[in-house]
Ligand binder design. Sequence first.
Ligand code: ADP
Length: 475
Amino acid sequence: MRIALLSSEVVPFAKTGGLADVAGALPKALSKHGVDCRIVLPLYSQIDRSVLSDEIIEDVPVQWRGQVRPTRIFQSDAAGAPAYLIEAPDFFSANSIYGHANDHERFAFFSRAALALVKHLDWQPDVVHGNDWPCGFAMAELRARRRYDEFFKNVKTLFSIHNLAYQGAFNARDLWWLGFGESPEKDAFMLEGNASALKAGLLAADALSTVSRRYSQEIQGSEQGAGLDWILRARRDRLAGITNGVDYELWNPETDPYIAANFSTADLSGKRECKLDLLRRFGLPQEPERPIIAIISRLVAQKGYDLIKQSAGAIIETGAFFIALGAGAKEYEDFLQRWHESATNRVGIYKGYAGEPLAHQIEAGADMFLMPSYYEPCGLNQMYSMRYATVPIVRATGGLDDTVTDFDPEEGTGTGFRFREYHAGPMLDKIREALYFYNHPDAWRKIQLNGMAMDNSWEAAAQNYIKLYEEIIAL
Ligand code: ADP
């Protein structure tokens, strides 16, 4: 089976969030099952060039704005599966992955070059697997190409939604020169007077998937449907929900090279050292008995920062430390700064994208991990937390609801604490409940061990993807 996996971010090359973790881990897991999965991503200027091999594919002919643009493609095995990185300095040398006025142009070029590449290599994929709006262009183009290009005649498409709220909207006038100016391509893009690359992907792909079962249901309703729920309802027979896995080669407290001391279910003592190390890193007092509540997330409304803002005082009153790592909206960065300044010996913050080591150190050193998301397609940190004996406190939405279960003190079952209503009160209640059990070491140990025993490996997820690819190939 041959799968071309297209993604705008892939670990270990470039990352802003969970999509990169998935795009880095899934191909590796598929390869273990004998699937010939190859990754295609842009060659951003911030990518470390030392991970690239010396073999460069020269002069791949990419049709762009009425001309052929010869494009160089670099290669790497750093993700554990072959990766092709598309060079286009005029598009990919900006210092951030997204957030540019011409993002639609950048990723339309990426999509087109990815298809040109597989054709140039004469490597015919069974399925082109696109992820999120940057790959919506590839889905639309492939559907069109099948009508006139023999090479793509039997190539199928899967479009995975990692976040429905990012829709790749742009001025519909640009559809003409991007090559999508005529029906039915144009219709697929049009959304409320603008063009949307996400909508095009949702309509043009042969099949759709999201990153948890619960999110696949939620996006069929108006509350989480981001204006596109009608498409997802109409296409629900072709919409699968496959929960992301965890790359336990990277996220394993027994072997993690980034953390102060390794630990395991058999011996959790290293976690205390990690906690002291974490307190030191954030300039907080060395008080290991005091619980640490942590959060790592993009600073956007989706992640529930408004609830944290409303409860800032009450959280401090519980007596816990709070450690936050995040990059994003200025409003929330300013809030974190003010919160830190008002309680310097309780609140530790890191504003910005810190890379992998600090994220691992927080997972290892914290006692509780807070994810009060308004919505959460899958969420990875709650799964990382469980493996690191850090107890998740989550809002029961999307993948958080699918992967965390409530602690039941009678039965001794459950891996964390969940609240339902998106309000500060229920969140605080759960934080207090978690702190109550933190003070009962036997119960706490039980929750930690239950979480560590969860198997969220890519193994199961990869098998589900293989089954899905087989179904798509048979369409
Ligand atoms: P999302 O994809 O919505 O951002 P996920 O929970 O699925 O959320 O994945 C987030 C990933 O990004 C995790 O691996 C997390 O550790 C990482 N991450 C988020 N913000 C930062 C940051 N500021 N610094 C380092 N890693 C971060």
